[in-house]
Write a protein that binds this ligand. Structure first.
Ligand code: FMN
Length: 408
């Protein structure tokens, strides 16, 4: 379990909407990630969920009233944000969005949002009926919030508590936690488009059997999440995995190496960075059967013939000659002599950066050690969880993109 919010002080604001029922789960998830959570509720929010529940989950006194005599100097609206790192209003009602858009200060939560120091970021997770969300007044208010630098998380589309369907559904607690963690990361890839492959490929033998490998996709998904956290627009072309898509990442599912190649080539134009993390099959079964192969008593087992798959990294690297983009990053899993093979492979592939990991031990694991090879040598990123390594790799890539931009 990661503790990405360890040491962070958060104010969690609740406003009057049915999605308050998700706020309990959210509060618990934030605390589990190591955050200290101070809950502040509007009067309307207390009609949807009890302050006692929020107090028990956060472990801190819940404030609902700006005239609360428990605050020694009666300045809760000032005190609560002075040591905070961020304020997250979730759920955020249409009414509260209106208040924020106009700088209203008529209850404790709205007042402390206006009174927050400038370095304290404000994030809101709208939750409302689709008509409320699409109402021109709400649209105007949301645009104003964006202009004021308030981050809008979601909302999602789907079925709503009111029985209608459409945009206005609050993001799920785990998605909100991911967004909050992302808000604390440096935006070193802001404005960059990044294309990533992840997972294994699956090469059919017949309609029910195939050849695959032990890649879980964890490293590629971690790289996708880290790139998104760093502000990039991320497309993830994924082989078969059981992993959830990182929030805000565009995912394209494929099965075979050929499909992965075609999906990558269809998306590569306009990308600034390509990171090939997937464990792509080198060969496919050339004589795959359209029908399930039958075992015959005393009969010979099927004879498989193999054909070589296209090299995705080489195909992408081949497109860079004209524009210089995308910046290509390859991954290599070697079972021995990684140092020697890594450097040689980078040169052979003609790419600026190659990331080596010792396979097959890394497959499916949560931790990894990686070595980054470039034209100046190598850098070891010591053993850590894959998301930590992915964030370090993203900053290594960003550094090199920066140098490149300076040179061109
Ligand atoms: C049963 C019920 C459900 C409501 N659900 C929502 C909602 O999901 N989103 C919303 O913006 N307003 C919703 N409202 C309206 C708000 O509660 C109302 O606008 C309130 O004044 C908001 O106050 P606040 O912004 O101070 O919390 C609901 C009202 C009721 C009675």
């Amino acid at each position: 379990m990661s503790m990405d919010l360890k040491g962070k002080k958060l104010v969690l604001g609740l406003t009057g909407g049915v999605a308050c029922y998700k706020a309990a789960e959210l509060c618990r998830a934030l605390v589990k990630q190591g955050a200290s959570v101070q809950v502040v509720m509007t009067e309307a929010a207390t009609h949807f969920i009890g302050a006692v529940t929020m107090q028990a989950l956060s472990g801190h006194t819940v404030y609902t009233d700006q005239w609360d005599p428990r605050v020694a100097n009666n300045m809760a609206h000032i005190d609560l944000t002075r040591s905070a790192d961020a304020i997250l209003v979730s759920p955020c009602s249409a009414d509260f969005i209106r208040k924020l858009a106009h700088g209203a200060c008529d209850d404790l939560l709205s007042t402390l949002c206006v009174a927050r120091p400038r370095h304290v970021s404000l994030l809101v997770a709208p939750a409302m009926n689709v008509e409320m969300w699409e109402n021109p007044a709400t649209r105007r208010n949301v645009a104003q919030l964006r202009e004021d630098g308030i981050q809008i998380l979601g909302p999602d589309a789907g079925s709503q508590a009111c029985g209608e369907t459409g945009f206005g559904r609050m993001l799920e607690p785990d998605e909100l936690v991911e967004e909050l963690i992302a808000s604390f990361q440096h935006k070193v890839l802001a404005g960059r488009r990044v294309l990533i492959t992840a997972g294994p490929t699956f090469e059919p033998i017949d309609p029910v059997r195939g050849i695959t490998n032990l890649s879980s996709g964890k490293m590629g998904y971690a790289v996708a999440r880290a790139a998104r956290e760093a502000g990039a627009d991320v497309t993830l072309v994924s082989g078969p995995t059981s992993l959830p898509t990182p929030h805000g990442v565009r995912r394209v599912d494929v099965l075979t190496a050929q499909q992965m190649h075609d999906a990558v080539m269809a998306k590569v134009e306009g990308q600034h960075v390509f990171i090939g993390v997937a464990a792509v099959a080198d060969w496919r079964v050339a004589n795959a059967s359209d029908q399930k192969l039958k075992k015959q008593d005393g009969g010979a087992p099927p004879q498989l013939e193999f054909a070589q798959n296209a090299d995705i990294l080489a195909s992408v690297a081949g497109t860079t000659s004209l524009s210089g983009w995308p910046y290509c990053v390859g991954f290599a899993a070697e079972s021995e002599n990684l140092m020697e093979f890594g450097a040689a492979k980078r040169e052979r592939k003609g790419i600026p950066l190659l990331v080596g990991n010792i396979g097959p031990q890394t497959f499916g694991q949560d931790d990894n050690t990686i070595i980054v090879f470039d034209e100046n040598g190598h850098t070891v990123l010591p053993r850590a969880d894959k998301l930590t390594l992915a964030r370090q790799l993203v900053s290594e890539i960003a550094k090199r993109l920066e140098q490149r931009s300076l040179l061109t």
